[in-house]
Design a protein around this ligand. Structure first.
Ligand SMILES: NC(=O)c1ccc[n+]([C@@H]2O[C@H](COP(=O)([O-])OP(=O)(O)OC[C@H]3O[C@@H](n4cnc5c(N)ncnc54)[C@H](OP(=O)(O)O)[C@@H]3O)[C@@H](O)[C@H]2O)c1
Length: 241
């Protein structure tokens, strides 16, 4: 087996399924594979007969561990983290250093970066021995090599940190399992709650959540295990770290 096949997947673990892209991935996977089960952890209810939803007021190490405890009789072929934020009650992305604050930087890192290694730690004994993909949605602006504009300190750096975590996870799991695929994927600019205030400024195409979900799944199901530890664009291009 060279890669993950959607038809062979039995169990999916999805974080961020209440979000624009996460919910579109959930619907796409359920429609394309009529026998898979999806296990979600979220802050609000997700109603679907094939979705096993665990609700927690906060997504953190404790609730991740509790969630995995409730699903630990399963092995997962696909684990996806789509949780992320750009703007909340603390404010939006920083235009310059004058907008940077300790509280906001910590919140960017807490939500966009550290949940992924905590998820990997929690799920590490429940990865399918037949092969699995572990994916987190990153962002092009997290590429240090392709940063030509500056600004957005917290969001950029938290996605760069996420990429660094994913590379490390890929190396650790790749040593013992040649059928592991760990990827950071940039979904492309997509019309969601996260991006709605910023999309009017972009010159390139803005995807619908359904298009983004198809693109992301096409990448996951076309890339061989040998590509583990990469940062990929929605069209499969390798993005510079
Ligand atoms: N949209 C784009 O153009 C774009 C571009 C590049 C990268 N991305 C990345 O793609 C991913 C999905 O984004 P999206 O566009 O689908 O955004 P979205 O519609 O705003 O969804 C964000 C998801 O993250 C969850 N979330 C946010 N803050 C959280 C927190 N503190 N604790 C727990 N969950 C939290 C939300 O849960 P609640 O429903 O509970 O709030 C929701 O499920 C993100 O990682 C984002 O950075 C998006």
């Amino acid at each position: 087996m060279e890669k993950i096949e959607l038809k062979n997947i039995k169990n999916v673990l999805l974080l961020g399924a209440t979000g624009g892209i996460g919910n579109a991935i959930l619907k796409h996977l359920l429609a394309e594979n009529l026998s898979l089960n999806i296990y979600t952890l979220s802050r609000s209810q997700i109603e679907h007969p094939r979705v096993h939803n665990f609700i927690a007021s906060t997504i953190n190490e404790a609730s991740l561990s509790e969630f995995i405890g409730t699903v630990s009789n399963n092995k997962f072929e696909l684990i996806i983290n789509t949780i992320g934020y750009l703007e909340n009650e603390l404010g939006g992305p920083e235009k310059s250093l004058r907008d940077v604050s300790e509280e906001k930087l910590i919140e960017y890192f807490r939500t966009n970066a550290i949940l992924t290694p905590l998820l990997a730690k929690a799920v590490r004994n429940n990865l399918s021995p037949d092969g699995f993909a572990f994916v987190a949605l990153s962002a092009m602006v997290g590429s240090i090599g392709e940063n030509e504009l500056g600004g957005w300190y917290g969001y950029r750096a938290s996605k760069s940190a996420l990429n660094a975590f994913l590379k490390n996870i890929a190396l650790e799991w790749g040593r013992t399992n040649k059928h592991s695929l760990v990827l950071a994927i940039h979904p492309g600019t997509t019309q969601t709650r996260l991006s709605e205030k910023f999309n009017s400024h972009v010159a390139h195409k803005v995807h619908s959540p359904a298009e983004a979900a198809v693109n992301i799944c096409n990448v996951i199901f076309s890339v061989p295990f040998s590509m583990t530890g990469n940062f990929l664009n929605w069209d499969g291009r390798v993005i510079d770290w």
